[in-house]
Every structure is written in C-alpha cells, then in structure tokens.
Design a protein around this ligand. Structure first.
Ligand SMILES: Cc1ncc(COP(=O)(O)O)c(C=O)c1O
Length: 364
C-alpha cells in the first residue's frame, strides 16, 4: 500500500475513492475560519486541553446530548486509541466484526487485548444479536459498534441498537459507538439513547464535514468517565486550533450544506450501481449504503481485488481499495470505494470499472 500512497500523494489528478474522505463542497465559512485563525497567530499558543468551548457545545448540540462529557481529540483516531488503552487491559476481549475498521482492533491488540471478530459478510451484513450473545466471555469488556459500518455501509435499525444495549447492560459491557459516518445515514440511532451510562462515542468531523486533513474528533460519554479518561489522553496539550476553528464553522453551517451532499452521495451510488451491473458476477452486497462508501463484491469474477485496485490507479488514476485492508476473512472478495466526490469524478470510475474488469478477466 505504501507504493500506492506514494503515487497518489505525488499527483493532483487522482479520483480519491480509497479512504472514505469527503471532497464535496461545503461552506465558504470554513475556509474563512481557517484564514482568520492563521491571521490571528493564535497557533502560537497551546489550545485548551479539552477543546474550544464553542466546539464542545456544537458537538453536544449535533448529538442532542446537552449533558454529555466531551474531550476534543486529534481525530476519532486519538479518541479510539486512548479508549482502547483505558477500557481494554491485557487479556480482556472486545467483540468486533470482520469486515471492520481494523485500526481499532490493532489499538486493542497493541495493549494485549484480544478481538472476537464475528464474521458478518453475508446475512444482514451487521451484527446478529445471537452471535454477539454467544461470543461474550468473562473477559469481554466491550462491543465495538461501528454504525454505519466501514467498509460495508450497513447500519442498525433502532430496535437492534436497543437490543444490543440491553445485552450490554445484562453483561456489564461498554458500547463503543463509532459514529464517524452517522451523517450519511438516514435515521441513525445513537446507542446513548438506550444505554447512556455505558456508551462511549467516537466522534469525527473528518468524513461528514470533509476535514480529514485537519485531524479533529472527540470522545463523548458520561461526564465522570470523560473526567477520568482525560488524564490518560495521549495529548494533554490539545488539538490543532486551526482544525477546531474549521470544525466550528462546519458545524455552525452544517444544515445549509449537508442535505445537498447526502443527496449527491445517493445519486453517485446509483451511478456506481449501474456500472457494477454491467459486470457479470459483480454485485453490491449492501445497496444503498448508509455511509459514504460501499464494497463491490467481485468474488465470482475471477480477478483479484488488488489487480483491480492497481489497474484503476496506475492506468486511470482512480484510487479504490482492495478488501484485505478491512477484512481478513473476506478481503479477497471485494474492493471498497467511497463516493463523497463531485459526480463527474464518480463518472470517471463508472466509465473505467467495467472496462478494467473486462480486460482483467480476459487476461486471467
Ligand atoms: C470507522 C472509523 N472510525 C474512525 C476513523 C478515524 O477517523 P479520524 O481519525 O479521521 O477522525 C475512521 C477513518 O476512516 C473510520 O473509518
């Protein structure tokens, strides 16, 4: 993968569909906030460790959780890393899925914890309650609920969130509610609604607000929990002040641009589906996706996901991701693509994908 990243970061003509980043236009207030922050030289100082009060207030409003505890972090990534250090001691277990966003599993394993990766590729493409129940052991400390799920784009109906919360309460488990892609999902349910005392939210402005490069996120949960974990955070010197100013502007204006962006994503998904339908044997396991990404299953095409990634990237500058990054068991079946991009770029993918598949099949 390092070769691919060196390639894409060295060019300015890449159609960026490999990292679920958001390249859609948002609001001029965001760029203005970045300029104003730079012009004021406020970056000379360390920011407040827990984050700017206005940003904390806006995230509480965004989630409808006026009393939640909050710590602003360097992306959701720092929130998740610190959470793993804090919640998952050596020998403990976390219930996870395969496919999943494996970086979180890696953080748990780095501290000596283990992950129970339940296979969810098939069926509803999300956790089944009975399987989660059967996987609980005395060592289990938490359930990692990524909703919507990276990479599949599946989401949990309200009643299933409730059932998972009840199960967590019965077994005294934490729910880690990773809601990085929440804004793309219609009618998303926060686990906090059913289990406020045992839900910790990993929050991010990377994907919804298109601010991945500014590295701002948050850990949100019961006040006492956040007070306690605050002294265990990696950075007690705060999070990029410029990033926080941009996040404030993004959240203040979100109602003006988010619905249009979600609509564009839906339209882009339909364009991708039409291209996938042209390829015999390829299909979309979860359609429509409730996130800004989905997977294309090519298992019946007799072509490797890595070959598809390479051909699209090096021949056409379209950057998608082979499935092994997000699935140990099923990664050789699919490629993952994100579609929070201007529609003409998604059309480039739609134009090239069927032809690349045909060429690869012919040469197989
Ligand atoms: C499920 C999930 N959680 C967390 C993150 C981390 O996001 P960030 O650190 O940019 O906020 C990602 C990034 O892709 C993700 O897919």
């Amino acid at each position: 993968m390092s070769k691919a990243f060196a390639y894409v970061h060295g060019r300015d003509d890449i159609v960026w569909m490999a990292q679920n980043t958001n390249h859609l236009p948002t609001h001029p207030a965001i760029e203005q906030a970045i300029r104003d922050s730079a012009a004021s030289h406020e970056y000379n100082k360390y920011p407040l460790a827990r984050g700017l009060p206005r940003l904390r207030e806006l995230i509480r409003e965004d989630l409808g959780l006026p009393d939640a505890g909050m710590h602003i972090t360097n992306g959701g990534t720092e929130a998740l890393y610190c959470l793993m250090r804090y919640l998952q001691p050596p020998g403990s277990r976390m219930i996870t899925s395969d496919p999943s966003y494996f970086i979180i599993h890696k953080f748990a394993k780095l501290g000596g914890a283990e992950c129970t990766d339940l296979p969810i590729y098939g069926g509803s493409y999300r956790f089944e309650l009975d399987a989660v129940k059967a996987a609980i052991t005395p060592e289990t400390k938490s359930i990692l609920l990524i909703d919507p799920l990276n990479p599949l784009g599946s989401t949990y109906p309200r009643e299933e969130v409730r059932a998972l919360c009840e199960l967590a309460a019965e077994h005294d488990l934490w729910i880690i509610d990773d809601i990085t892609y929440r804004d793309f999902a219609p009618g998303h349910t926060l686990a906090t609604e059913f289990a406020p005392e045992r839900t910790i939210i990993a929050y991010s402005v990377s994907k919804n607000c298109g601010l991945a490069g500014l590295r701002v996120g948050a850990l949100v949960g019961p006040q006492e929990f956040i007070d306690d974990i605050a002294s265990h955070m990696v950075s007690d010197l705060g999070t990029s002040i410029v990033g926080q100013r941009a996040a404030i502007a993004a959240l203040e204006t979100k109602a003006e641009w988010l619905p249009g962006n979600v609509k564009t994503c839906r339209h882009n998904q339909a364009i991708i589906k039409a291209a996938v339908d042209e390829v015999g044997g390829a299909h979309l396991p979860v359609y429509p996706s409730a996130a800004n990404m989905m997977v294309i299953d090519i298992a019946e095409c007799d072509v490797s996901p890595q070959a598809v990634q390479d051909a699209l990237l090096y021949d056409h500058q379209v950057f998608v991701r082979a499935g092994n990054y997000v699935s140990e068991r099923f990664g050789d079946r699919f490629v993952r693509i994100s579609f929070s991009l201007p529609t003409p770029e998604v059309k480039q993918f739609a134009e090239h994908f069927p032809r690349v598949m045909e060429q690869l099949c012919d040469s197989a």
